[in-house]
Structures are given as structure tokens and as C-alpha cells.
Design a protein around this ligand. Sequence first.
Ligand code: TIU
Length: 222
Amino acid sequence: MQTIEIDAEPEAITIELAKTAIVIIDMQRDFLEPGGFGESLGNDVALLSAAIEPCKALLRAARQKGLLIIHTREGHLPDMSDAHKAKVERGDPSVRIGEMGPMGRILIRGEPGQDIIPALYPQAGEPVIDKPGKGAFYATEFEAILQANGIADLIVCGVTTEVCVHTTIREANDRGYRCLVPGDCCGSYNPEFHEIGLRMIKAQGGIFGWVTDSQRILAALA
Ligand code: TIU
């Protein structure tokens, strides 16, 4: 079983490849492209695009090594029975969850906007978790898949750093999974939240996990 050490903060972390999954959180058109959910909330979606190439490079290396790769998508059933009123009605978005936008109904499963961006599209056999919440564990089969595959550690990428990435890491941390976060594979509509979000993960001796970057993971995988 191959074990590698990855340079990270607050300290290097040693992982077994067979027990590690790459988790790509919500790299969806609804968050990264104009006309989707992210823009409806008043955000500049271009701020997330810097994470695409680092994620792509990491996915390529992980596929070569045979690591388990899991993708998530935030979104709701077409009848919205899994969308809490509090989530749908909050704020003053230009288009609400479930309403029609240029990429179909906002954040609804099966609509073009809810799907993953072409550059990071899942390959056949890679699990895709549709989640109604911010975290990947809530109301999904995510943990069952991790357990069935003997996964102990997660390399967590995606968007947005302080929202769905953070929630997933916090949920994972409470369940005993170690999380390693390559900061350049994540992104936020608010660069300050991105930076502070990463600092929060690795503070206090790695209270939620470890922070690194794609280059350091690629070097360890080479
Ligand atoms: N708005 C925002 O920053 N994020 C979300 O609503 N969902 C995710 O982070 N995926």
C-alpha cells in the first residue's frame, strides 16, 4: 500500500493512497458561470475560475494513481421538497432557487446550470453526490460511499471556500476524517473569506485539518 508525505500547514501529513479520496465540491455551472445561482446572489463569478486549472491537474494525477474521486453538486429535487423554506426565501436574489434562469431552473437537479463545469466533468464510475445542503454529509450517501471504500482521509477542493468547502470539512472532521485542503483548488466570491477560511482550517494545530496547495500534492504523488 503506497504511503506518501505531503508538505502542509500546520505540519506535513502522511496519507495512504488507498484510504484517501479526492472530493471536488460543487464545481458547478451555477456557481462558476454567469447566469447561475452565484451571480443571482450578486457575486462576480469570475473570482472562482482560478481554481479550475489546479483542480484539473490534481484530478489528472489522482486518476493516474487510481485514487477514489468523488464530486458533489448542490441542488434540489424538481419539486423542491428537499429545499428548506428558509433557504429559498432568504435574501433578495435576482432569481430565486427553482426559478428559471438562462441555464435552466436555478440550483435544480437535472438542469444544465446545476451540472459540473465541462473542464472538471466526472469520468464514468466516479461518484457524484447531489446534496441539498452546504455540507456533503447532510441528507446524502456520501458517508456510506466513504465507508464502503475504506476511506480515512479526504483531499477537499472546490467552491466556495467558506461555505460548502468549510461545511463539508467541519462535518468530516467531526466524523473522524482527516481533511487536507489545497488552497489553490478552492475559491470564494470574497477573496478575504477565502484567505481567512484557509487560515481557520489550519489554526490551533489544525483544528479542522491541513492546508497545502496543488503543487505540493502533485510533487508527493509524482
Ligand atoms: N454562496 C456561496 O458562497 N456558496 C454556496 O451557496 N454554495 C457553495 O458554496 N457550494
